[in-house]
Design a protein around this ligand. Structure first.
Ligand SMILES: C[S@@+](CC[C@H](N)C(=O)[O-])C[C@H]1O[C@@H](n2cnc3c(N)ncnc32)[C@H](O)[C@@H]1O
Length: 388
């Protein structure tokens, strides 16, 4: 496609002339395609400008960074195989490319909608990740060694930390906290504090907001260790308190996280989040015992319960579906996705919920929940009971 080459040359020129703002690919060739949209923006990585691709799939978002040369190839590839529409936004014009069913390329130009580069976004994304170099808390938590390299067996944990921070970043950007100068976070069941420290570091040092982060944890030993490290690192807005999620009487913040909290502890955390009207709730469930015990399945579905592992997975799916429905009923835009590959941890499912101003039909959602419970013979769902 010769015209496609012309478009790619326009892209190259816009990058060279520093007038590139962003590029959006949409309209998949295949109707049922999992990939819905790709947004491309400039980021700086170690002082080198690169193009960051945000791939919006049906149920997950993936970010990949490419050099300009690689990016041109990737955009060519996407337009040849995946997407039929692309808009290149520059400060001089918008260039719209459409590929017909017969692979005919149509290019049109219109007046620019962006008259200047999007500086704040570039700045915000500059230091998205957690830095290993001279990172005192990562060393003290045993993620890195004194030589600033990842400790043995800590690659997976480090990937998890970074992926989590990216997820938090995306959620903040899609919430009412987007331009907040101060962000408060409560981490329920903070454990050894890896993610709690990383969230604080990211808010404070990457996003430069006034951060107040509190970890709530059952085990006093972990509280003492984490408070000690926070003090040594002079993280004055980070503290850890001993207690159960259920009994936590402190003020719950604008963002509530609970990662790998066992069984109904995840529900306790969601309950705290909903009743405290927090802006963002992020949970990564651990085991799902409560609902499995409630199963009283008849009919064809009973076949699945003949196999323990399948019954266990079904309990996980039903529990998390019901959690998501309840969050939706209480006004949260909710997503369930794998936030990291299961080669790093099999507890890789995440439920994210962002408070919206849109009106939800609570009764209708709760009626659907009742119908779902009936299908599985569930009489009691712990989270639903808490909210009654
Ligand atoms: C599997 S660890 C996860 C730690 C951390 N959130 C992470 O993902 O790295 C779960 C932690 O939650 C704590 N925990 C379990 N139930 C709790 C409860 N009801 N209240 C407070 N902490 C709890 C445990 O002591 C444990 O440290």
């Amino acid at each position: 496609m010769k015209d496609l080459d012309i478009f790619i040359k326009e892209l190259t020129q816009s990058l060279k002339n520093k007038i590139f703002v962003k590029l959006i690919l949409s309209k998949p060739y295949e109707k049922g395609s999992d990939l819905k949209k790709v947004t491309v923006k400039i980021v700086e990585i170690k002082a080198t400008p690169m193009l960051s691709f945000l791939y919006n799939h049906k149920t997950k978002d993936i970010t990949k960074n490419h050099s300009f040369k690689e990016a041109e190839k990737e955009i060519n590839n996407l337009l040849t195989n995946e997407m039929r529409n692309c808009v290149l936004f520059t400060t001089e014009s918008n260039i719209d490319l459409n590929i017909s069913k017969k692979k005919k390329v149509l290019i049109s130009r219109s007046k620019p909608i962006y008259k200047s580069l999007i500086e704040p976004e570039i700045n915000r994304m500059k230091k998205r990740n957690i830095n290993i170099e001279n990172n005192a808390y990562l060393q003290k938590l045993g993620v890195t060694t004194k030589n600033n390299v990842l400790a043995k067996n800590m690659q997976g944990k480090f990937k998890q930390i970074n992926r989590f921070v990216e997820t938090i970043d995306d959620l903040i950007n899609s919430s009412n906290l987007k331009d907040a100068k101060k962000i408060t976070v409560t981490d329920m069941g903070s454990g050894k504090g890896y993610l709690t420290f990383a969230v604080y570091d990211h808010l404070k040092n990457n996003l430069k907001v006034n951060a107040e982060v509190t970890g709530v944890e059952l085990r006093q030993g972990l509280i003492d260790t984490c408070n000690g490290i926070a003090k040594e690192c002079m993280f004055s807005g980070l503290k850890f308190v001993q207690g159960t999620i259920n009994d936590y009487a402190g003020q719950v913040s604008q963002m509530l996280i609970a990662l790998h909290a066992c069984d109904t502890a995840t529900d306790d955390a969601i309950f705290k989040g909903i009743t405290s009207n927090v802006e963002i709730i992020v949970v990564s469930p651990c085991c799902h015992k409560q609902v499995r015990k409630e199963f009283n399945i008849t009919g064809e579905l009973k076949e699945i319960t003949q196999h323990g592992i399948l019954e266990e997975r079904m309990a996980e799916m039903v529990t998390d579906t019901m959690r998501a429905m309840i969050l939706e009923a209480y006004g949260y835009k909710t997503k369930i996705f794998e936030y990291i590959s299961d080669e790093h941890t099999h507890k890789n499912l995440m439920i994210s919920a962002v408070k919206t101003d849109q009106k939800t039909n609570k009764d209708e959602i709760l009626n659907r929940l009742t119908a779902l419970k009936k299908t599985f013979g569930i009489k009691n769902f712990y989270l639903e009971n808490l909210l009654k």
